[in-house]
Design a protein around this ligand. Sequence first.
Ligand code: HEM
Length: 421
Amino acid sequence: MTDSLPSPPDGAAPPACPARGTAVRLSGLAYQQTPEQLYRTLRRDHGPVAPVLLDNDIPAWLVLGYNEVSYVTGNDELFARDSRRWSQWDHIPPDWPLLPYVGYQPSVLFVEGAEHQVRAGAISDALDAVDQMELASLCQDIGYALIAGFAGSGQAELMTTYAHQVPMRAIVQLCGMPAGGLDTEELVRDLRLSLDAHEGEDPVAAYGRVQARIEQLVKERRAAPGDDVTSRMLLHPAGLTDEAVVQDVITIIAAAQQPTANWIGNSLRLLLTDDRFATTVAGGKLSVGQALNEVLWLDTPTQNFIGRWAARDTQLGGRQIKAGDCVVMSFAAANTDPGVWPDGHVGAENSSHLSFSNGEHRCPFPAPQLADVIARTAVETLLEQLPDVVLGVEAHELRWRPSIWMRGLGTLPVIFTPVLH
Ligand code: HEM
């Protein structure tokens, strides 16, 4: 987990790292299973901003402090989004696993200033037209159909067959893909592969397949606009190009599907493994809403976000940050910062966590509300349809995915009394 820095291969120039010799790798299975241990060690050894190594031992700063993450997100001219500023590009190979979401794309994620305001504004307008009651009803129908597919067997693996499916199906329909008209299974799989560096598949190729599917969608909606997010973006007064809409619809789908799927999965895990919620499944003490909120504090789906790039030399958390350094925001570490919660009691009752980030590039209005509708409906529908559902393995056997970005389970096996429809 906390491997020390290796010697560079013969002849290879080591990447420059201000804290060389003390950086730790932010990857590997051990890290994924118990990231909070690594955060504790890093805080103890380095304070709120720690030197880390990304894949291929590329150096970056991990921001662990609540105040420091807030400072980074609140100062977007200093800690900026355009990754072309990075001083490490000469060391990054073309098949670098984190490339799909770190390499510059002309999408809302990477553009800055006035252009970002226009693009993010168009996204907010397009999402704001979504009727949240209709969305809840759509998610309920999707949930019913998915559950009907496995209810008779008395067992299911909920990550693949449910948690990833509900948000994916909901969001592709919101974006104007006819239900069943596109191979959503493959889209879900490719999105997952594009974020997981260690599944033995090529994340860059997976991202390319996602892009090709969305290009097709934009072509279709341009020819025949409908009442959907993609058409609203194409028709928005901002006059976005097709290329911009392709980029931003990919961003919307990826940004919605993966975190919301893991929000559902992590909340189901909490409900099924924690005694405080055990009676809730049968109609007891703590609510689904409390589980959803607690997950945002303690097992937040977007555990780390890469990132921001320093626009000039500066300081952060007592560290000298050089222009062109990469700053990775650890929302997971910030949410449990002992400086903010000295007694270890994180603020599960409120929503001042950083799980949707902050500042110009935060998860745009009203995406967090839509995600809440999708996640809440998915969890409630499952518990309502399978009231005696329990975990199919021991809690300690559950494994987290090897993704630096996402905190999510690989599988969530459950058993229940078979339901014959
Ligand atoms: C309907 C569901 C969702 C949609 C449509 C959505 C959309 C987006 C979009 C378009 C961005 C890019 C914003 C920008 O760069 O200006 C974004 C960023 C982000 N979203 Fe969401 N999102 C959804 C759900 C979620 C969920 C469930 C979480 C986590 C619990 C989340 C966390 C984030 C974070 C951390 C960022 C990065 C912000 C930053 O760079 O500071 N999102 N989201």
